[in-house]
Design a protein around this ligand. Structure first.
Ligand code: ZN
Length: 151
């Protein structure tokens, strides 16, 4: 299942990307462009009730809560998602691009010295080039996912 999140839902989009779901998000997207994404088979996630009747009901989910974690729970429950740990951390949280494993030697000049010294597994976003490594923020996110979704 693929998603497009409206401008109010940046943090929810980040969570869905962490789980590996293809989720488009821009804080500068006009309503008509946003609605057009339903035609690409995406489920629109929105806090704007006035958009609800403008696409097929299957392609729209009204997000009622303010808290991104409660929002995530809502999306998972209402759409019957089964997040797969094998897909976690496979997508760039900034731009939604897929992450590719890179050789440690190749990122030597792109990450801080202490990071390069301590870590031996790196991946890079194919689209924006951001480099990821399994740091403490990843462990924290993994723990939050587990407590929130039980996976
Ligand atoms: Zn990226």
């Amino acid at each position: 299942m693929k998603f497009s999140a409206d401008r109010m839902l940046g943090r929810l989009a980040r969570w869905l990307r962490l789980l590996g779901y293809d989720t488009l998000y821009s804080n500068a997207l006009a309503n008509d462009k946003f609605l057009a994404m339903a035609d690409e088979g995406r489920v629109l996630l929105s806090r704007n009730t006035s958009l609800a009747g403008k696409v097929k009901p299957d392609n729209f989910l009204f997000i009622k809560d303010n808290d991104p974690k409660v929002q995530l729970r809502q999306v998972v429950d209402l759409l019957g998602l089964r997040p797969d740990p094998d897909n976690f951390f496979t997508r760039c949280t900034l731009c939604n691009g897929p992450l590719e494993t890179v050789q440690r030697e190749d990122v030597c000049e792109s990450v801080p010295d202490y990071v390069w010294t301590v870590h031996d597994r790196f991946s890079r976003c194919r689209d924006c080039g951001k480099i990821y490594w399994p740091g403490s923020h990843l462990a924290r996110s993994r723990k939050e996912i587990r407590s929130l979704l039980g996976v």
